[in-house]
Design a protein around this ligand. Structure first.
Ligand code: NAP
Length: 504
């Protein structure tokens, strides 16, 4: 299939299987972050009435077991497998859509589609394996613990990896029989719309997945506040996650949160310099550092500080920043003007703090860059771990380097942030690598790698990086309730416990 798409892309609402515009006709536009003179997407801006209609459709579908969705796991399995096949078959076109909306280089957008397909394949296999547990009590009664879908899920996703972020929620939720309303980030409406269309093409009955786009403060907020939603599954900034958790507590909705990170890459003196440098540069600059798991803090043992840093600088200088559509491009633009501004403000704060700017530190200019939000890959050395640059998630191509003396100091620095999403540990001594991996408080610790996320594993944060886990077997747990069915096996009319209340 060709990678050609005609612009602007149209993203409509999908409510109860019907594509529609917003009820008041309003739309919003998404510009190309690499070339702002180009409009990539025109999307429907849902009204509150539209959101409520989408929620009602999902509620009705769940409560009525529409098309046997909740009970027929074979149907769910077929839909998930077919969606994966469609994603794979349409990879070039979908990668182009993602690349245009996000500014993600095609070299990264293509595997991004494959990763989303992999998530659907993985959870397709789970549809028929939602086993519970049973136990006979000493009195002959049977306790059965069964897993049931949590109900109607409101899904709110970010823009940085739009298809995989959505797939990680949609696929396990559907695998267990939930229905849902999906709201994408306003920067990437077409990417998610395309996925929801594919689900329908794959045989999804109407009303099971409803898609609405529009501002988080209106559309997203309604998913959080509406009592017909049973669970909110959110990925985004920690500050937004905290607001959502507070609001969702009004009716005790189930909530899972995948939030920010400020992730250490710990390199000990006995490390393989070349392997560590490559891993760090990959983990740091993938998607221009706009990645929750990016290895944005290098903690390096003093003895190898100069050698490791100089190799990291060489590799970083070799990155080709530019048009995401080009096969040659390694790093694209920031997602938006405001994100570019934020990144440049962090760079200024690093300079104001007197940290050593090793490379980058500025907006890129020139014919290839002037119409987009391009920031040079940047490295600051001698960064104080208590500074903004080391503590706060920048979400851009800015690496903070801090030296340490010994293992205890490395662990202390690694843990001395409010986040706990990922960490990478590099040492030539496997026993030390394991020891450190145990002591770093993060949801994922890579040993001799960085930023790999197998679907079979898990993803999720300690501390202020979130609550709950996505991917792998635990990715199911966020979408199920456990029910106990207690079946009396005594057959007694007067059971021993009744004597506490009833006299014979
Ligand atoms: P964001 O600003 O928090 O937005 C995320 C989503 O929430 C968007 O769909 C947004 O809609 C919506 N939203 C905003 N305000 C809302 C509100 N008051 N109520 C309900 N929904 C609301 O985050 P982002 O800038 O899109 O994404 C970047 C962040 O995501 C980073 O912090 C990154 O670390 C985090 N992230 C975490 C993971 C992980 O797995 N841990 C993965 C990827 C990204 P609008 O777009 O319309 O504003």
């Amino acid at each position: 299939m060709s990678a050609e798409v005609s612009l602007p892309l149209q993203a409509r609402l999908i409510i109860n299987g019907e594509e529609t515009g917003a009820s008041n006709g309003r739309q919003f536009a998404r510009e190309n972050p690499a070339n702002t003179s180009e409009t990539v997407t025109v999307a429907a801006e849902a009204t509150l009435d539209d959101v409520r209609a989408a929620i009602d459709a999902a509620r009705e579908a769940f409560d009525s077991n529409k098309a046997n969705w909740v009970s027929d796991y074979k149907l769910r399995e077929r839909v998930l497998y077919t969606t994966a096949q469609l994603l794979r078959a349409q990879t070039p076109r979908l990668a182009k859509v993602v690349s245009l909306e996000v500014g993600m280089p095609m070299r990264q957008a293509i595997p991004h589609i494959g990763a989303a397909a992999g998530v659907f394949e993985f959870y397709a296999g789970y549809c028929s394996k939602l086993y519970g547990e049973s136990l006979f009590l000493p009195n002959g009664s049977l306790i059965t613990l069964i897993k049931e879908p949590v109900g109607v899920v409101g899904m709110i996703t970010p823009w940085n990896f739009p298809l995989t972020q959505t797939a990680r929620k949609v696929a396990p939720a559907l695998a267990v029989g939930c229905t849902l309303v999906a709201k994408p980030a306003s920067y990437t409406p077409a990417s998610t719309y395309e996925l929801v269309k594919l689900l329908h093409e794959a045989g999804l009955p109407p009303g099971i997945v409803n898609y609405i786009s529009g501002p988080g403060s209106v559309v997203g907020n309604e998913l959080v506040e509406n009592p017909k939603i049973d669970k909110v599954s959110f990925t985004g900034e920690t500050t937004t996650g905290k607001q959502i958790l507070q609001k969702a507590s009004q009716d005790l909705k189930r909530v899972s949160l995948e939030l920010g990170g400020k992730n250490p890459f710990i390199a000990f003196a006995d490390v393989d310099i070349e392997a560590a440098a490559r891993s760090l540069v990959f983990g740091m600059y993938r998607n221009a550092g706009q990645a929750c798991g990016s290895t944005s803090r290098l903690l390096v043992q003093k003895e190898i500080h100069d050698t490791l840093l100089s190799r990291v600088v060489e590799l970083t200088q070799a990155l080709r920043v530019g048009n995401p559509a080009s096969e040659e491009t390694d790093m694209g633009p920031m997602i938006s003007q405001s994100q570019e501004k934020t990144v440049l403000e962090y760079i200024k704060s690093g300079l104001d703090s007197g940290f050593k700017l090793v490379i980058g530190g500025h907006k890129l200019s020139g014919p290839e860059y002037d119409n987009g939000y391009f920031v040079a890959p940047t490295i600051f050395d001698e960064v104080d771990n208590s500074s903004k640059l080391a503590q706060e998630e920048i979400f851009g191509p800015v690496l903070a380097v801090t030296s340490f003396t010994d293992e205890a100091e490395a662990i202390r620095l690694a843990n001395d942030v409010t986040y706990g999403l990922t960490a990478a540990v590099w040492s030539g001594d496997p026993a030390r690598a394991l020891r450190v991996a145990r002591q770093v408080r993060a949801g994922t610790v890579w040993v001799w790698d960085a930023y790999t996320q197998p679907v079979e594993g898990i993803w999720g944060g300690y501390k202020q990086s979130g609550m709950g886990r996505e991917l792998g077997p635990y990715g199911i747990d966020d979408f199920v309730e456990i029910k106990q069915i207690y079946t009396d096996g005594t057959g007694l009319t007067m059971k021993p416990a009744y004597r506490q209340v009833i006299r014979e």
